[in-house]
Ligand binder design. Structure first.
Ligand SMILES: C[S@@+](CC[C@H](N)C(=O)[O-])C[C@H]1O[C@@H](n2cnc3c(N)ncnc32)[C@H](O)[C@@H]1O
Length: 365
């Protein structure tokens, strides 16, 4: 039947077809990260990459490179690769003949999963997020709304916090270290190209510095820095590799932080509540001289909500923090960080946008 404009409306206009499709997509969304996890576990990216060849391969050819013994189910691997192609992880090359043949190469997103010469990639970060203990927490995210005094992770893991469990399970601690290195190294390359705030610093302390990768890279570029202190939990620094010019110090940032001209901190404040962030900032404030800086790199939320990749990545990370680390730990806006800094006595603040995910926050004493 034609409408007033003489057009025939789509048959499905009154059945809300698009909305029903979207809710089905959202309800099935778990297939995306879990398939990504499968691809990392199977080492698919390294199998395709093979020293940069990135030659399009069929699922059978990929399986042969992974297992060489001909085991595995190529049809199921292809199902995973097809789905992740639609999320931009793989390119699909289809050759038509009597039977459609599909081959896969890596896109720029897929290449982030390739292990580099230092053994790093974003793969461990994917695996780190999908360990059994973390997965249990995702079933009870609603608990963060019902009672925010205890994190979903803690409720799902018999009262243990995430960092508590990492400390007790060496394999989780190791994966966390690898995950942090894999994400931090490419980010730090961008920071070191675009940020000159380390000038004049002689002793730099990295709070929550994990394996010390950020500090190593800062010291390599800024040779005027005489000493780097990598400060993290005792069990974490115990596993950190030896780095020239860097002293690993174990401790608890809620008790005290080693002295320095400046403090660097990446991806630490986000995990904590406002009161805890103030406590960390007060300890930073105490450990730097007048004129000294706290340089924090954190995901910073935009004021407005939209469906861009950046906004989504930041909002999704916010729910991760709420579920796993702290029910009231959060991704914050620029203004929320400004106010937190002011409340503990920092005199000036500026946010520097170099990277799409992390923002550099400079607090000056
Ligand atoms: C998300 S990770 C970031 C690691 C590193 N800065 C990076 O970006 O690669 C947070 C770090 O904070 C450390 N951390 C957690 N609680 C801490 C505490 N109470 N005192 C010192 N470090 C702590 C963790 O061990 C971990 O290395």
């Amino acid at each position: 039947m034609e409408n007033e404009d003489g057009e025939t409306p789509p048959r499905t206009a009154d059945t809300n077809n698009g909305a029903r499709l979207s809710i089905m997509e959202l309800a099935n969304m778990i297939s995306v990260p879990m398939s990504l996890n499968a691809v990392v576990r199977l080492n698919v990216a390294d199998a395709i990459w093979q020293n940069g060849s990135n030659t399009p391969l069929s699922a059978s050819e990929i399986l042969f490179r992974i297992f060489s013994s001909g085991v595995g189910d190529p049809e199921n691997l292809q199902r995973i690769l097809r789905m992740l192609t639609s999320y931009g992880v793989f390119n699909e090359h289809v050759s038509s003949g009597e039977e459609l043949k599909r081959r896969y190469s890596l896109t720029d997103i897929g290449k982030t999963l390739v292990t580099d010469e230092k053994g790093l990639s974003y793969g461990p970060y994917v695996l780190q997020h999908h360990q059994a203990e973390l997965m249990k927490a995702w079933a009870v995210v609603h608990e963060a709304v019902v009672d925010s005094s205890t994190e979903p992770f803690v409720k799902a893991n018999g009262g243990e916090t995430a960092y508590g469990i990492y400390g007790k399970k060496p394999e989780m601690n190791d994966l966390m270290l690898k995950a942090m290195s894999g994400v931090s190294v490419p980010f730090m390359k961008a920071v070191l190209e675009g940020y000159d705030g380390f000038e004049g610093v002689e002793r730099l302390v990295d709070v929550g510095g994990s394996a010390g990768d950020c500090l190593r890279m800062i010291l390599q570029k800024h040779t005027h820095i005489m000493e780097g202190v990598n400060f993290d939990l005792p069990e974490v620094v115990a596993k950190a590799p030896k780095i020239d010019g860097v002293t690993h110090v174990g401790g608890d940032m809620f008790n005290s932080i080693p002295h320095g001209d400046a403090i660097f901190m990446k991806w630490v404040l986000t995990t904590w509540t406002d009161d805890e962030v103030k406590a960390i900032m007060i300890n930073c404030f105490k450990s730097i001289p007048v004129g000294g800086k706290l340089i924090a790199c954190e995901p910073v939320l935009p004021d407005h909500t939209d469906d861009s990749h950046r906004t989504r990545a930041l909002l999704e990370g916010d729910i991760f923090v709420m579920t796993i680390y702290r029910a009231k730990g959060k991704h914050r806006t620029e203004d929320e960080y400004r106010q937190l800094g002011k409340s503990v006595g920092f005199l000036s603040f500026q946010a520097i946008y170099i990277d799409h995910f992390y923002t550099l926050l400079e607090f000056k004493k």
